[in-house]
Design a protein around this ligand. Structure first.
Ligand SMILES: NC(=O)c1ccc[n+]([C@@H]2O[C@H](COP(=O)([O-])OP(=O)(O)OC[C@H]3O[C@@H](n4cnc5c(N)ncnc54)[C@H](O)[C@@H]3O)[C@@H](O)[C@H]2O)c1
Ligand SMILES: [Zn+2]
Length: 386
């Protein structure tokens, strides 16, 4: 356990079915005169954006919409959006979307300056200060980006995704409105749900784990293991979807207090070079990395079993409990029909060395892995999924 730790959080979080109604009060409390709304075309197509837009409209404030953003954008695309934002100005940002939209908006909230941009923050993330307060409304469950100090962008020249971490990006207000995830398509619900699952189990088995992150990681894990399948399979399973929304938020809190490990580290090249969706690349690596970690994380996996196994299974030994958890992760990925091989994405065998080199650059997360991952270990793990 770490000797010292901390958890920085948003000013206020509003949850539940009609949580969106709080936007008017937030705009008033922030004294905002002009609001910039961030979203993306996929969300607009579903009609979901109408909800926060109506709430902003009802406040009577001037607003405009920035929606020219592809999923998992590179830093240049995010900078372009931020340049539009800087040209129009605003004194409050309201962002409604998945991790891609929320991360772009978080960067905008600290980049109202001509001194540096997203590119410069890749190397010196700490220099930026909060310029505009921000309201985050997640539509996936999810990245937990609504509560983390991180923003992830693709960096094509490194063939990687890179995390920019700066506590000034922690949201001022978060709105968890169940209507935003009610009709999440199964494929997106599955991939983003497994991302949240990875956040919880990685943070619980991280070198940076501590009592605060453990609380959220373990509770999030319990909720996800026992709700992800109905939440994805059954459009009417609102209790399960609500559980996923809060669990994804807990996963984000666990990241903020602790940090993800080998799965996320080795998955960044898969997103950066082959544009495999973040949740899918984590799903591909989840079981191989957890099996690799098992000898040093066995006790922690057994604690996960004690908290999460409600199916009448009667594992007794630490070894049995640990094996149950790892096999449960595999069952979830399989049931949700998420690809488990890079073949499906046309990754050729000769790219293996490039993957190893790129993965080993993600030292920010590799240092969190309880079992050291050497280049040989990374090669073995990637080989298993080629
Ligand atoms: N900041 C963080 O702490 C953090 C943590 C994990 C991941 N991430 C980053 O977040 C990004 C991924 O975010 P994501 O997984 O939420 O997906 P996303 O934001 O990339 O969205 C994926 C697709 O789903 C669509 N979509 C989103 N919500 C929908 C809904 N309710 N109904 C229908 N379609 C919907 C979007 O339009 C988009 O086409 C990646 O860049 C990843 O690296 C950030
Ligand atoms: Zn993630």
């Amino acid at each position: 356990m770490l000797a010292s730790y901390n958890l920085k959080m948003p000013h206020a979080v509003y949850g539940g079915v009609n949580a969106m109604d709080n936007i008017t009060a937030i705009i008033k409390a922030a004294g905002a005169k002009k609001v910039a709304m961030f979203t993306d075309p996929g969300i607009e197509k579903t009609g979901l954006f109408a909800l926060p837009e109506a709430a902003v409209k009802a406040s009577g404030v001037e607003y405009y919409v920035l929606d020219d953003l592809k999923p998992e954008p590179d830093y240049m695309a995010v900078q372009k959006l931020i340049d539009d934002f800087k040209a129009q100005g605003a004194d409050l940002i309201v962002a409604c979307g998945g991790g891609s939209v929320m991360d772009a908006a978080k960067l905008a909230s600290i980049l109202v300056t001509d001194e540096y941009g997203v590119k410069e923050l890749l190397d010196t993330p700490g220099r930026a200060k909060k310029c505009v307060p921000i309201v985050l409304i997640p539509t996936t469950a999810g990245t937990g980006a609504e509560v983390t100090p991180n923003a992830i962008v693709a960096v094509p020249e490194k063939q990687l995704k890179v995390g920019i971490v700066n506590e000034n990006m922690i949201a001022d207000y978060v709105i968890l409105d169940a209507r935003m995830i009610k009709n999440l398509p199964r494929k997106i619900a599955a991939a983003t749900g497994v991302d949240a699952l990875a956040h919880c189990i990685e943070c619980y088995t991280s070198n940076k784990a501590n009592p605060l992150s453990d609380t959220f990681a373990l509770h999030g894990l319990d909720l996800i293991i026992n709700n992800i399948i109905p939440a994805c399979d059954d459009p009417e399973a609102m209790d399960a979807k609500n559980a996923m929304q809060i669990a994804a938020f807990y996963g984000g809190l666990a990241i903020t207090a602790s940090g993800t490990t080998g799965v996320h580290a080795l998955s960044y090249p898969l997103g950066g070079k082959y544009h495999i969706a973040h949740g899918v690349s984590n799903a591909i690596l989840l079981v191989p990395v957890m099996k690799f970690n098992e000898p040093v994380c066995r006790e922690r996996f057994a604690q996960c079993y004690d908290r999460c196994a409600h199916d009448g299974s009667a594992c007794k030994t630490v070894e049995e409990k640990s094996a149950w958890i790892i096999s449960k992760l595999g069952e979830i990925v399989k049931h949700l029909e998420i690809p488990t091989s890079l073949k499906e994405f046309g990754v050729p065998e000769e790219d293996l060395e490039g993957l190893v080199q790129a993965g080993m650059q993600v030292t920010r997360l590799l240092v969190n892995n309880m079992r050291e991952i050497t280049p040989d270990d990374a090669r073995n793990i990637y080989k298993q999924v080629m």
